[in-house]
Design a binder for this molecule. Structure first.
Ligand code: ADP
Ligand code: ASP
Ligand code: MG
Length: 405
């Protein structure tokens, strides 16, 4: 007998019919003799609606009340799935985050899990009860409801699997697994049988929303066996595994894109020692996350241009901070939200040269200008005009030999 965690995303629980479909999948696992804990998201679209209500009610809202509102979607689906299972004569009960309890810090809207006490849930599992937990939510030390950030039910599921020492954590979604790139924009994307934790971590943090980044980090740290699969078909999904489980290492195994960054360029900055610090320290003090950076010198060496990217939602704040930085001298500030970061990812890059050259040549052949470049051990990212997102991803997908039939 195994103990498993099954997680169902928003599309999989979008209405009662789909919740019945989920219940049938849960029944199969129960009938196979497994102890089953289920983690559910809110119905598709619900969290977006709740966020919008909060923003309409109060643009500069109290983050604690934001969490009270947006955590509500998961309460509904956990109760509905428990009811549906009971109607199939399967013993089931719902658990809200605070009832587990699923303890977190108090960073509302992006809380981190600190401790999960599974004593009560383990007792129920041993009695054969299906435990349906509301994903995305937890409770802080001061007893306020918290949420784990958008897409956070993935993290709830992996964390629960780690705490329950589950044998498997199956993440059911609306695609058949992790693909070489987003199958919604590249029809030739191929499903991967396996992907390493490291690659998945890069893919997620570089924009592939199929798993929340934190869930992958947690799975890696706790050795949780994660499988991503479809709740609508019976095909095997993608296993997220250690690097040594992958026999043939691809040079590039995936391509991701993220269109939530914006570019800022400071033109004609006085080129004196310490200038980068003068630009980036006040941004850091303002809690603005800077991602890609380039600095280039003019021929005479007296002036420099500094270009970098920040989250789109922080552009106005970043500009204000730079304009108020009294000691910083520059000629012009230019910003652009119509940019996308395209990344190619693969553990095989460690031992292969020429991956970057292929990327640059492919984009050049399509007439796409690269604005910023950044690299790390297993990925290369470029910033380009967002108008070319699909063209660039498709061309790179072909260039690295990733196209399926
Ligand atoms: P859920 O509601 O089940 O959590 P999400 O919408 O959060 O589902 O994540 C699934 C989506 O992730 C897919 O519909 C797909 O468009 C997108 N996606 C982006 N990149 C990838 C990728 N490399 N492989 C699979 N899906 C991807
Ligand atoms: N419902 C939450 C969201 O839409 C959490 C999740 O689905 O993972 O972000
Ligand atoms: Mg998701």
């Amino acid at each position: 007998m195994s103990r498993i965690v099954m997680k169902f995303g928003g599309t999989s629980v979008a209405d009662l019919d789909r919740i019945r479909n989920v219940a049938r999948r849960v029944r199969k696992e129960v009938e196979a003799g497994n102890q089953v804990a289920v983690v559910v998201s809110a119905m598709a679209g619900t969290t977006d609606q709740l966020v919008k209500w909060v923003e309409d009610a109060s643009p500069l809202h109290d983050a604690r009340e934001y969490d009270t509102v947006v955590a509500a979607g998961e309460q509904i689906t956990s109760g509905l799935l428990a009811l549906t299972l009971q109607n199939m004569d399967i013993p089931a009960r719902s658990w809200l985050g605070w009832q587990v309890p699923f303890k977190t810090d108090d960073v509302h809207g992006a809380a981190r899990i600190s401790e999960i006490d599974t004593t009560a849930m383990r007792e129920r599992l041993e009695e054969g009860v299906v435990c349906v937990m509301a994903g995305f939510q937890g409770i802080a030390d001061d007893n306020r409801i918290t949420t784990l950030g958008r897409g956070g039910s993935d993290t709830s599921a992996v964390a629960l699997a780690a705490a329950l020492e589950a044998d498997r954590c199956d993440i059911y979604t609306d695609v058949e697994g992790v693909f070489t790139t987003d199958p919604r924009i590249v029809p030739k994307a191929r499903k991967l049988e396996k992907i390493t934790y490291e690659e998945m971590l890069e893919m997620a943090s570089l924009g592939a929303k199929v798993l929340q980044t934190r869930s992958v980090a947690m799975a890696m740290n706790h050795g949780v066996r994660v499988q991503v699969l479809s709740s609508f078909t019976d095909t095997p999904g993608t296993l997220v595994v250690d690097e040594d489980e992958i026999v043939e290492k691809q040079v590039v195994s995936g391509i991701a894109y993220a269109n939530n960054e914006a570019r800022i360029t400071l033109v004609g900055v006085d080129n004196t020692p310490g200038i980068a610090g003068e630009v980036f320290s006040p941004l850091a003090d303002g809690n603005i996350n800077v991602d890609m950076i380039i600095q280039n010198e003019s021929e005479d060496g007296l002036k420099t241009d500094i270009t970098f990217t920040v989250p789109q939602g922080d552009v106005e704040k970043a500009i204000k901070i730079l304009e108020n930085a009294s000691s910083l001298k520059y000629e012009r500030l230019v910003s652009d939200k119509n940019v996308v970061k395209i990344s190619v990812i693969g553990v095989g890059m460690r031992s292969h040269a020429g991956v970057a050259a292929t990327m640059f040549q492919t984009l050049a052949d399509k007439g796409i200008n690269i604005q910023v470049i950044s690299t790390s051990e297993i990925k290369i990212s470029v910033l380009i005009d967002s108008e070319y997102t699909e063209l660039a991803v498709r061309a790179l997908h072909t260039a690295y030999g990733l196209d399926g039939a």
